[in-house]
Design a protein. Structure first.
Lengths: 371, 324
């Protein structure tokens, strides 16, 4: 696959939000076996573009953002702040973030999405999408982290508050529009979303698209089949990030924030058999389609609004482009840290991502308009 | 699902609690007696006293062998062989020896009963359903299909219909003794006698196994194993004493507060209005008319800064060309 020649010289760092003014000439590095940064050998005249591209899949570049704030750094490694070398080759990188309360299921939802993207590429074929690697170190590390969930059906540990944030990156090629995109996902601990002063805010405000995760055990305790949370009023974890994003990305008089977002009622299997809307959507096998997205959004909105969970609709009422979805990362509830074999499997996790891709522009937006 | 015909069925209950060369298991006597009493109870198993034999501490293999052979010959509907005692594993995969009072653990082949012998007798019986229950250590070995180099032999083995083997423990695990009964037989008796709430009117072998397994798992005891061939799992062993009429269909929705259709319609209308306002705002956000000339960029132009970031490489390339 030939690399594109669109490498940016100025780029907004997807980690710190600062402006990198000379990305094209930023120093290339790779990590030695003992995890020390080593200068990356330049392309020799005898080396083909393709071979150089393959080598670059293991390279990083240092972030030289002028507005970089040490307190707000979410570096991949201690003492550094590095980005995949190829991230600037496809225009401004698309950064997608997950926002939700503690234990809402953000990490599992991302793991299920990535697993589905890699395992079932045929679901993306109708949209002309093809997924490939952007940075092998990040990819391998992330896949090894989610392996216990995907292979052994184990519950993943809670995301560390001081985690790296930016966890997975991939290249997305759209054969219909003949464009390529660098897409990065960040996953932060739920605790970081409760304060506008959180160190995670610069990362959030520079995102290209957001996925808000609604846990029905917290939002709809009457409906969800679980005893782990019970009744009560829970903080959504949505307010502080949305307020911070509004401050950065919208003008005062704007009624909506000009940014695409999806709201996903995850763990929907907990409500299966208890609500007509949930039954209707979970019974459909429309994972790789965008048909009926607005109808689904309307149903999710009505479900949450009619059952006094309107605070969970703050994203739907704040962003310019929003769709709402039912999904389940595991398909079943965990018992003693392990998901039972019967019924295990993600449900409709790809649909919110495809919808977000369409709103961002990775997929032709007209597909969404026809939905 | 069908009940076994007590008149055409035979059962042998063997229990070994006293040993000369191994530790004693006093609770086995009561386990065997209670299980036999339960299956002969007119309200439960209905097995006539003439149709079953209880052997407690049979002195030698002949005595036990005769009882099993005669039951296998006479049984037409169900043949049940139950054994509780020390199980001894052999060297080969699947080798299992059932001990007798004088069995030496170092020489089980000559002093105990090789399970393979029982298996052959049971499978050769003309009974419709052949049920073997083993409550001993390593009894899961009985649930491993015998290996053979001859594929035909394996096929023949699998073709035998109506066999169900229920073992107290996995192939490499011990069975646990209790105060009154052994752990496995105690749970089995409790389940057969007490029944299973919210279950069917009759308890089939498979229902019994599934609940037994769950209960043993909950108590952190070795999980029972089973090997079955077609149709055997649907045999009814006893009626369900916990059955209370037709099972009530509990509608989970009944516990969920009802939301009126009007409220739902109202909220959907609210969402439609919200979408309309969002669409209006989106239209206002379009940066410039000329952008639609580039169809590949449609969808990326929702916001001016996003759009500019997408066209930035092209702009930079043009600028570079100009400088050169």
């Amino acid at each position: 696959m030939r690399p594109t020649k669109n490498a940016l010289s100025r780029m907004k760092c997807p980690l710190c939000g600062g402006l990198i003014t000379d990305w094209r000439n930023a120093r290339r590095l790779y990590w030695s076996e003992d995890f020390h940064p080593v200068s990356f050998p330049d392309r020799a005249p005898s080396e083909t573009q393709e071979a150089f591209y393959v080598r670059r899949l293991s390279a990083f570049r240092e972030c030289t953002a002028q507005q970089h704030n040490e307190q707000h750094s979410f570096s991949l490694y201690d003492g550094g702040h590095h980005l995949p070398d190829l991230i600037g080759d496809f225009g401004q990188p698309i950064v997608i973030g997950f926002i939700g309360s503690v234990a809402a299921g953000k990490t599992l939802l991302l793991a299920a999405m990535v697993s589905k993207l890699l395992r079932e590429p045929d679901k993306l074929a109708p949209f002309g999408l093809k997924i490939s690697s952007l940075q092998r170190v990040i990819e391998n590390r992330y896949l090894s982290e989610i392996e216990p969930f995907c292979r052994d059906r184990q519950v993943l540990p809670a995301t560390h508050i001081a985690g790296p944030g930016f966890v997975f990156a991939m290249r997305v090629d759209n054969s219909h529009s003949r464009r390529s995109f660098a897409v990065a996902f960040f996953d932060l601990a739920g605790e970081t979303f409760y304060s506008t002063e959180s160190a995670a805010m610069p990362l959030l405000t520079s995102a290209s698209g957001l996925i808000f995760v609604v846990d029905p055990a917290q939002a709809l305790p009457d409906l969800a089949r679980t005893g782990s949370w019970g009744r009560g009023f829970y903080a959504t974890g949505f307010a502080a990030p949305i307020d911070a994003i509004r401050k950065e990305r919208a003008r005062l008089r704007d009624p909506f924030i000009p940014l695409p977002a999806v709201s996903v009622v995850t763990k929907s299997d907990l409500m299966n058999g208890r609500d007509d809307f949930v039954d209707k959507w979970l019974s459909r096998s429309d994972e790789g389609e965008l048909a009926g997205v607005y109808e689904e959004s309307s149903d999710v909105y009505a479900l949450l609004a009619a059952r006094d969970a309107k605070q969970w609709l703050y994203p739907a009422e704040s962003f310019m482009d929003v769709t709402l979805h039912f999904a389940s990362a595991s398909g079943v509830d965990a018992v003693d840290g392990v998901f039972p074999k019967d019924g295990f499997g993600s449900l409709r996790v790809l649909r919110p991502l495809l919808s977000l891709f369409a709103m961002i522009g990775i997929i032709d937006r007209r597909i969404l308009a026809r939905a | 699902m069908r009940r076994f015909d007590p008149e055409k069925s035979r059962a042998v209950f063997i229990g070994v609690s006293q040993y000369e060369h191994m530790t004693q298991i006093p609770c086995i006597d009561q386990s065997v007696l209670d299980l036999a009493a339960l299956l002969s109870d007119p309200r439960l198993g209905r097995l006539p006293s003439s149709n079953y034999q209880v052997l407690i501490n049979p002195a030698d293999i002949d005595y036990a062998g005769d009882a099993i052979n005669s039951a296998a010959d006479a049984a037409e509907d169900m043949l049940l062989v139950y054994y509780a005692g020390h199980g001894i594993s052999g060297l080969r995969r699947g080798d299992l020896y059932l001990s007798l009072p004088r069995t030496r653990p170092s020489r089980p082949a000559f002093t105990g009963i090789q399970y393979e012998l029982i298996r052959e007798v049971v499978l050769e019986s003309r009974a419709e359903v052949r049920l073997v229950i083993l409550d001993c250590c390593f009894s899961g070995r009985a649930t491993i299909p015998a290996l053979s180099a001859d594929p035909e032999a394996i096929k023949n083995q699998l073709r035998i219909e109506g066999a169900y083997i229920l073992a107290a423990s996995p192939a490499n695990d011990i069975a646990v003794a209790g105060r009154k009964h052994t752990a496995f037989t105690g749970e089995l008796i409790e389940l057969l006698y007490g029944g299973i709430p919210n279950s069917d009117e009759m308890l089939t072998l498979e229902t019994i196994y599934m609940h037994l397994r769950r209960r043993m798992h909950e108590r952190s005891l070795p999980e029972p194993q089973r090997l079955m061939t077609a149709s055997a799992d649907q045999l009814v062993l006893v009626p369900n004493r916990a059955y209370r009429g037709e099972p009530k269909i509990v509608d989970a929705r009944s516990r969920v507060p009802v939301v009126s259709a009007e409220r739902i319609a109202f909220e959907q209308a609210m969402f439609a209005a919200l979408q309309e306002r969002q669409a209006t705002f989106r239209r206002r956000q379009r940066p410039a008319r000329g952008i639609t000339l580039f169809p590949r960029l449609i969808g990326t132009c929702n916001h001016k800064s996003t759009f500019l970031s997408f066209i930035q490489p092209t702009v930079e390339r043009c600028a570079q060309r100009r400088t050169h």
